[in-house]
Design a protein around this ligand. Structure first.
Ligand SMILES: C[S@@+](CC[C@H](N)C(=O)[O-])C[C@H]1O[C@@H](n2cnc3c(N)ncnc32)[C@H](O)[C@@H]1O
Length: 362
């Protein structure tokens, strides 16, 4: 997936323009394709659809780009025998631009399954939620001297990190762990916060993917953290006699909570991918729960706000092992949602994140 947060303040105007076209196209793809379908008889293949969508997003949503420039760019993207087709469709779109713009609905910028479930959850807040998901995300970063998370307006030396992601690593609050297992660690943002929050602890940061493991090691070395050991391993295969006072499972997930930073993610996820991820997350939680020491704590988190990857996983886990219980997360009131941590982008100026804190009654 796409655009690195660090690139966001990139100076090159050309890069900013390309990124804006990319973002606007994926944000509005549902609505754009609905308009385009009214302008041709037969569904064109993927390359033509991409060229048409890129042109249409500029025509419909980017006033600062002249319509003729958008058409010309799309025409250059396709094979010679398709140029007149792309030219004709986009010129028709320009002719009917005002009519289409007048019928714009933000709901069509998202897949139907997503809108339906969020309408049930939020009622009249739905549109505010959807509009916000289509806006530019804020950037926060950790000031390396003070360890305070600051909102960033320009490039800085701060370690870029989402507000909710930062809060996740602190959910266990004022405990004094001597050993911490960070099960899915790369690129290491939460490892960094854990290391600074619990300086007396030894932190084992496990990452399966070799390339991401290298990035984790590089990041940890760059920060000069003395209490972190990086381990290149699949957490599901990890064999150890050691027990850990704090286990963080920042599990792989659909990342649907990062829609603002990755507008394309909404089109690549569906109910099946939510269920598949939920099943994997449950297995991972079962496995990592075996590593916990007496009185130890597990933080479970995902950058998703969907029940299949969040509350359903915790409930299924508690059914599997009733010796665990959910305890109150240590976080600002803005993130509290019953006994869980939940950030919603339109309320918290953050990614969508879920967190649960579990402890075991031995
Ligand atoms: C959500 S990201 C973690 C982000 C990280 N905690 C941070 O704050 O920077 C999930 C990571 O888990 C890794 N991962 C997935 N399955 C794993 C497994 N079975 N064992 C160890 N790492 C795994 C992925 O490669 C990915 O880097």
């Amino acid at each position: 997936m796409g655009v690195l947060a660090e690139d966001y303040f990139e100076d090159s105007a050309e890069q900013r323009l390309y990124r804006k076209i990319y973002f606007e196209t994926f944000r509005h793809l549902g609505f754009i394709e609905k308009c385009l379908r009214q302008l041709y008889k037969e569904l064109p293949g993927p390359d033509l659809r991409a060229a048409l969508a890129l042109g249409a997003s500029q025509i419909l949503f980017m006033d600062d780009i002249p319509d003729y420039a958008a058409v010309n760019e799309s025409v250059t993207l396709v094979q010679p025998n398709k140029k007149s087709f792309v030219n004709a469709v986009l010129r028709n779109l320009i002719r009917r631009k005002e009519e289409f713009q007048a019928n714009y609905s933000v709901r069509e910028d998202f897949p139907g399954w997503f809108v339906k479930r969020w309408e049930k959850r939020l009622g009249e807040d739905l549109e505010a939620f959807l509009y916000d998901l289509n806006t530019k995300p804020s950037f926060y970063g950790i000031n390396r001297d003070t360890m305070v998370l600051e909102k960033l307006e320009e490039r800085s030396d701060n370690y870029i990190m989402d507000k909710a992601s930062f809060a996740i690593a602190k959910l266990a609050g004022d405990c004094t762990p001597m050993s911490v297992l960070d099960c899915c660690a790369a690129p290491g943002g939460k490892t960094f916060v854990l290391s600074e929050t619990y300086p007396d602890a030894r932190i084992f940061a496990v990452e399966k993917n070799p390339a991401r493991f290298e990035k984790l090691k590089e990041n940890m070395a760059g920060m000069g953290l003395g209490n972190v050991d990086c381990v290149n391993s699949d957490i599901m295969e990890l064999k150890t006699e050691a027990e850990f006072d704090l286990v963080l499972l920042d599990a792989p997930c659909t990342a649907i909570g990062t829609i603002k930073r990755h507008p394309e993610v909404r089109w690549f996820r569906n109910l099946d991918s939510l269920r598949e991820n939920g099943a994997l997350q449950l297995e991972m939680l079962k496995k990592v729960s075996t590593f916990i020491s007496k009185g130890g704590i597990i933080i479970y988190s995902v950058c998703s706000m969907e029940p299949e990857e969040t509350t359903d996983v915790i409930e299924a886990f508690l059914k599997h092992d009733s010796s665990f219980q959910v305890i109150e997360p240590s976080c600002d009131a803005e993130f509290k949602n019953g006994k869980y941590f939940l950030s919603l982008p339109y309320k918290n100026d953050s990614d969508g994140f879920f967190g649960a804190v579990l402890t075991k009654n031995f």
